[in-house]
Design a protein around this ligand. Sequence first.
Ligand code: DQA
Length: 147
Amino acid sequence: MRVLVINGPNLKRLDLREKSVYGNFDYKTLENFVTGAAKELGIESEIRQTDDEAELIGWLHEAADKKLPVIINPAAFTHYSYAIRDAVLMLKAPVIEVHISNPLSREEFRHTSVVSGVVNGTISGFGLNSYRLALSAMKNLLVDLAK
Ligand code: DQA
């Protein structure tokens, strides 16, 4: 069971962002947390981050071609990137949207996700645990699909 975990813009600089919103940890901690949580669930994970929309879309194309399941935190792209939505639509395996914060409790522009309508489900607001919950949900989806 292999899952690609994709993080969008500004997440590499988590330690420099609003601590009251994102908590007090850096991107390396997020990476280690995701890798560890995946291992506990028996999932092989590959975690990537980019600030570049084109690169992120390229990774989604790669996941589509390889039929890889995807967990994606599109970060600010969530709120306006129809290009990412279109690329997500081409995925062949399950895809879960995650957010560290709860965008619905923040500024109004964050209340829209152009991605939510084309994913299997969205998990928001649990800090790093959003990723653990997404990995666990992904495992259930993949187990069900294999039946
Ligand atoms: C985020 C929420 C987005 O609104 C924001 O632009 C981010 C991070 C989150 O994980 O909470 O960069 O996706």
